[in-house]
Design a protein around this ligand. Structure first.
Ligand code: ATP
Ligand code: MG
Length: 264
C-alpha cells in the first residue's frame, strides 16, 4: 500500500548511516506524524537490513522483548522474544515510543544496550546471548509535551548517543512530501492546507488549542481533494471536526479559522 518514497529533507539517512558504521545507537525525537517510522523503514531498505519493530505501551512486558516459556506436549521450551531474535540475527531493531515503556522493561533493555551488547536469559537457561556484530538499534520518543509520555531515564538516554530531531518541515518541503502521496491536485490547494495546518500547530504549541495536526492530516486532505472533494469540505473533515472532542468552543475557534482561509 505504501508506495511513496521517503523524502530525506534534512539528511537523516546520511546521519543514520554514519551512526550505523560507528556502531552508535540512534534516538529520533519528534512529534507524531513527522516521518519517524517512514525514515527508519527507508533506512532499513537502503541498508538491506531486516527490520524488527516493537511499539511500546504500558502493556509491553519484559516477556515481549526477551521471551516466554511455553509448554508443548509436556516439554517446556523457551520462545525467544524480538530483542533476543534481533540480537542473534544482527537485525535492525526499531524501538518505537520507547518512553511509553514501564521501568522494569527499560531496565531489561538497558542490559542489552550497554557497550557489551549482551543479555543473560535468566528466564530460561541462563545463557548469555551476545549480539551479532551487525545488530543495530534505533528508538523514537515523542516530546514530553505529548500527553501520556514519560521522561526517559538518563541511563537509557545515554545508550543512544546520536539524537536526530524531526520537526514539521518548512512549507515548501511539506508540499513536496504531500506530492509524493497525492497527484493531480493544484499546488495552491495543497499550500492552503499546509498554511492551515501550520496555523493550528502554532496555536497548539502555545496551548491555545488541544490538538496539533501532523503530516498525516495534510496528506489525507490532499487525498480527499484528489478524489474530488472541495478544499473547504476536506479541510472541515480533516482539520476541523476533530476539535469537537474538546467541546463546541474549541471547534468553533477552528471552524472560524477555516472559514477565514477557505471562504464560506
Ligand atoms: N519525509 C517524508 N517523505 C515522505 N512521506 C513522509 C515523510 N514524512 C512523513 N511522511 C508521511 O507522513 C505520514 C506520517 O509519517 P510516519 O508514520 O512516518 O510518522 P511518525 O513520526 O512515525 O508518526 P507517529 O509519531 O504518529 O508514529 C506517513 O504517511 C508518511 O508516509
Ligand atoms: Mg511512527
Amino acid at each position: 500500500m505504501e508506495k511513496a518514497q521517503y523524502l530525506d529533507w534534512n539528511n537523516s539517512i546520511q546521519i543514520l548511516k554514519k551512526a550505523y558504521e560507528a556502531g552508535l545507537f540512534v534516538l529520533i525525537i519528534g512529534p507524531k506524524g513527522t516521518g519517524k517510522t517512514s525514515l527508519v523503514r527507508d533506512f532499513a531498505k537502503s541498508m538491506n537490513a531486516n527490520l524488527d519493530s516493537i511499539n511500546f505501551s504500558l502493556r509491553t512486558r519484559e516477556s515481549h522483548l526477551v521471551g516466554t516459556k511455553t509448554l508443548t506436549d509436556g516439554t517446556v521450551s523457551f520462545d525467544e522474544g524480538i530483542l533476543i531474535k534481533s540480537m542473534r540475527q544482527g537485525d535492525l531493531l526499531y524501538l518505537d515510543e520507547i518512553n511509553s515503556a514501564e521501568a522494569d522493561v527499560l531496565l531489561r533493555l538497558d542490559e542489552a544496550l550497554d557497550d557489551r551488547r549482551q543479555i543473560m536469559l535468566k528466564e530460561s537457561t541462563g545463557e548469555v546471548v551476545r549480539a551479532n556484530q551487525n545488530w543495530f538499534v534505533i528508538a523514537t520518543i515523542n516530546p514530553l509535551t505529548h500527553s501520556g509520555t514519560k521522561e526517559l531515564p538518563p541511563q537509557i538516554l545515554s545508550r543512544f548517543p546520536v539524537r536526530i530531531r524531526l520537526e514539521y518541515p518548512p512549507e515548501n518541503i511539506e508540499l513536496e512530501i504531500i506530492k509524493k502521496h497525492v497527484s493531480g491536485v493544484n499546488d495552491s490547494e495543497l499550500i492552503q492546507a499546509i498554511k492551515l495546518a501550520n496555523t493550528l500547530r502554532q496555536a497548539a504549541a502555545v496551548e491555545e488549542l488541544f490538538y496539533s495536526p501532523s503530516l498525516r492530516e495534510t496528506i489525507a486532505y490532499g487525498k480527499l481533494v484528489e478524489k474530488g472533494m472541495s478544499p473547504k469540505e476536506a479541510a472541515n473533515y480533516v482539520f476541523g471536526n476533530v476539535y469537537t472532542q474538546w467541546g463546541n468552543i474549541e471547534y468553533q475557534k477552528v471552524s472560524d479559522i477555516i472559514t477565514s482561509m477557505f471562504g464560506n
